[in-house]
Design a protein around this ligand. Structure first.
Ligand SMILES: C[S@@+](CC[C@H](N)C(=O)[O-])C[C@H]1O[C@@H](n2cnc3c(N)ncnc32)[C@H](O)[C@@H]1O
Length: 273
């Protein structure tokens, strides 16, 4: 299994031996600029406004937030995503873009221009909110959003005989997953998405890998994983803390688990039919 994280911009993908993807997952920069921590307690020292502003006040989540080129992102996807298979020859590929609710129209527009004209919006439901300031005066956000984007044919879909709703719980990771990035996505959730849209042996790419969470999820599920991260500190932490700890032993156990899961899933399919 390949699990490769490159310290580079995804725009330089031609320099790397990457296979085409069944699934591209990305949490694209939010372009929030210096209001990234707005209404988050981290704006203040110790989360308390009586202590004054912290170094997070008027700062962005990461250096590149504010000048992300979305058209180049979709150009990358159209080159690096597998082509549509012929009728009856396996499931079509797709991509999942995590983005702010307000970004969705732009993302849908740019995706359509790049040939990804169809989409399914997803909502992730949290049982907590980071927007604690003025929480007794207004409704606070407790959801995250993503779009499943595809060209024409419905993507490969492993539902194991059960309906999959367009909302899912946002399950937080435990202490076995290091906390590296301010907008890090839970590995558990990424595994759920990877399981739905790919099979073991498929290729998953995250062009804006941050903490390496997608690569970790994909590798642990026996998918080939490739990613890019331009920020040196995130890249280093992702390599050393997130990815180097994927143990070969664990991989072998997961191999057995995957085989057992496949058997159960086959059984479930037979029951449904
Ligand atoms: C929203 S964060 C991704 C967080 C990630 N999903 C996680 O779970 O940790 C976006 C990341 O993309 C990186 N980035 C921005 N532009 C990039 C580019 N052109 N190529 C590669 N990485 C880029 C940023 O440094 C940032 O870490």
């Amino acid at each position: 299994m390949k699990c490769e994280l490159y310290h580079d911009s995804f725009q330089n993908w031609k320099s790397y031996p990457i296979q085409k993807a069944q699934l591209i997952i990305a949490d694209i920069p939010y372009n929030l600029g210096d209001s990234a921590y707005g209404s988050n307690p981290m704006w203040y020292i110790g989360g308390d406004n009586r202590n004054g502003e912290s170094d997070k006040a008027k700062s962005s989540f990461f250096n590149s937030d504010g000048y992300f080129r979305i058209s180049e992102y979709f150009m990358f996807c159209s080159r690096l995503m597998k082509p549509e298979p012929k009728q009856g020859k396996g499931g079509a590929p797709c991509m999942i873009v995590f983005c702010a609710y307000q970004q969705q129209n732009d993302v849908i527009h740019w995706a359509a221009d790049a040939g990804f004209g169809k989409y399914i919006p997803l909502v992730f439901v949290k049982n907590y909110s980071p927007q604690v300031l003025k929480a007794n005066m207004k409704i606070v956000g407790a959801t995250e959003h993503a779009l499943v984007l595809y060209r024409d044919r419905l993507p490969k879909f492993n539902n194991y005989g059960k309906m999959i709703f367009n909302w899912m719980p946002w399950e937080r990771d435990g202490p076995n997953i290091p906390k590296i990035h301010p907008t890090q996505k839970p590995v558990k959730l990424l595994k759920r998405l990877i399981d739905i849209f790919t099979d073991p042996g498929d290729v998953v790419i995250d062009p804006c890998a941050g903490s390496g969470s997608t690569l970790r999820a994909a590798a642990e599920m026996r998918r080939h994983a490739y990613g890019f991260e331009i920020d040196r500190n995130f890249y280093k932490a992702a390599k050393e803390e997130m990815l180097d700890s994927i143990q070969m032993d664990q991989m072998n156990i997961l191999d057995l688990q995957t085989a057992a899961q496949r058997q159960t899933h086959q059984q479930m399919r037979m029951e449904v039919n």
